[in-house]
Write a protein that binds this ligand. Structure first.
Ligand code: ATP
Ligand code: MG
Length: 172
């Protein structure tokens, strides 16, 4: 039985979600079973369409009501995130997956959709042989402390600053 670790990809530079998705491909290539839960996001982005082709090994789900950067989180956002986290707990208990990715879970904590303690609890309940990846900017200090690997994507430059919107196939 191989041991799994907890990885966190955070920071303000591009590459956190794509790194996690890249890992899901690598893992599936090795025959590992992958579960991806995307918090906050609601629209079915291109990675869904791609990963659905590997649906014997990769399951990807969303538990959000859309981006909440420009508005206050409401009860429906909180409800969606809570349901997502409950499903993640079930998936962990099922032992059906080797790699579990919680995309944007750090943002869900930062925006108050789930509490830091709830995310810590999920980290705590990780089966020893499962690899857990948590992405999103603003990772909480306690989440960082508890992880075995932490990578910070640091923005040196981003075309978003020039007004380039998220593009299909590149950002979504
Ligand atoms: P990717 O999904 O490309 O790997 P990421 O997961 O590292 O990126 P997030 O923090 O999840 O990036 O950002 C989500 C989206 O917000 C990005 O795809 C981009 O469209 C937008 N974004 C990223 N950086 C900036 C920025 N500096 N200003 C405005 N919008 C940004
Ligand atoms: Mg992301």
């Amino acid at each position: 039985m191989r041991r799994g670790y907890i990885q966190v990809y955070t920071g303000n530079g591009k590459g956190k979600t794509t790194a996690a998705l890249g890992l899901s491909l690598r893992a599936a290539g090795a025959g590992l079973r992958v579960f991806v839960m995307q918090f906050i996001k609601k629209s079915r982005c291109s990675e869904h369409k791609a990963l659905e082709r590997f649906n014997d090994l990769i399951t990807i789900k969303q538990s959000g009501k859309g981006f909440i950067l420009n508005r206050k989180a409401n009860a429906s956002d909180i409800d969606a995130a809570r349901q997502g986290l409950d499903e993640v707990k079930e998936v962990m208990r099922s032992r059906d997956y080797d790699l579990i990715i919680l995309d944007e879970a750090n943002v869900a904590v930062n925006r108050g959709l789930i509490s830091r303690d709830e995310l810590l609890e999920v980290m705590e309940m990780k089966p020893v042989n499962v690899e857990l990846v948590i992405t999103g900017r603003y990772a909480d200090e306690r989440i960082i402390e508890k992880a075995d690997l932490v990578t910070e994507m640091h923005e040196l430059r981003h075309y978003a600053k020039k007004g380039v919107k998220a593009r299909v196939g590149i950002e979504k």
